[in-house]
Design a binder for this molecule. Sequence first.
Ligand code: PLP
Length: 423
Amino acid sequence: MLCRQDPARVYDPQIIKAQFPLLANRELRGEPPIVYLDSASTTQKPQCVIRAIEKYLVASNANINRGVYALSESSTEQYEHAREVVARFIGATHSRNIVFTHGTTESINMVALGWARNMLKAGDTIIVTEVEHHANIVPWQMLAKNKGVRLTFLPVDEAGSFDKDIYARLLEQNPKLVCVSGMSNVTGYLPPCKQMVEWAQRAGARTLIDAAQLVAHKPLDVRDLGVDFLAFSGHKLYGPTGIGVLYANDSVLDDLEPVFGGGVMVSQVTTTSSILAGIPTRFEAGTPAIVEAIGLNAALEFLESIGMAAIEQQGLVLYRYALEKLLQFPNLTILGNTDSTDERVGKRTGIISFAINGIHPHDVAQAFDDRNICMRGGHHCAMPLHHALHTPGSSRISFGVYTTQADLDVFADVLAQIIALLT
Ligand SMILES: Cc1ncc(COP(=O)(O)O)c(C=O)c1O
């Protein structure tokens, strides 16, 4: 198997990094070697994903679910196998609970339009949190406008965390749905999702977890979480762009209606009506992202071969290492976190955002780019969270399986130079 790791080997990011051509090939990217600290935006792709896509296109390419010839049938099998691998990766009981979409954004919109639009009525409450990416805010605002549902925001404290008492009080409003990010794309905060789901269920609400960031950093078990809907994107998980996942458990799946109509998602069509195909095909109108599903399959097998538990551990080591480095800079404020001994630190991983007094985040990102270091400056599609943390924007570094302590050493050296130059 391509990119299989030696199970006896201890996690070594250098060995992992060597499997990512864009990071490993110095000739390709020039000098100094690229330091990629923007994995929260999208991850780099390992050789095995690139090869799996190439292999499929060279040897297997055909449309699925329609041809009766062998090539098409094999393509259908590979696509459905990818669905099974996704189900296994997140602990879903069955592949019918897995809907392929084009990304987290589409998955959440599918819940808003295909489920909430039918199941909720004017005046019903949806709880959304201030931590959310715009992808888990705007679809609910659109629904509120069109349907008259009420949005209530669970606020964050100065550390960017939730207060359980406030959450409990909001649940007294008998919300119909609670939408929460499994991991903040700004602070790396990991809310207590399992407990939040449990409490929401006790209050009679359905739950949706935006796992766009979470899924790349921690082992995920949707049954253990008890969540109703869960969304993520392939491209933040070492797979290609253009493929995403919506997990829906059995208790909500039958109430989920297709948002898009077209070929394949129907079993019969007359001029007056049509009969829907089975679940999950009815949610995937038209030609789906077949090549991308093959790529995602390879990415998940790659992650399984390293082990998500090992990835989680390594992520925490790296997070603390980066945090210690950043805390040495006096005129720099870390968003949602000020103390590395704070017990909440253990509830964050993978992503750190900061503001430097007197320097615009775009200037910071530009200065890093001059040294071949990729990081983000701006609001990271999380304006309400930045507002709650009293800053219009921030500089963000985020880590992947290939991130090394040496990367962070280079980053910290350059950061010191930038601060000296620009302040
Ligand atoms: C937490 C979170 N949710 C949703 C999204 C949207 O993902 P996509 O653009 O792949 O749909 C992102 C992307 O950064 C994210 O970080």
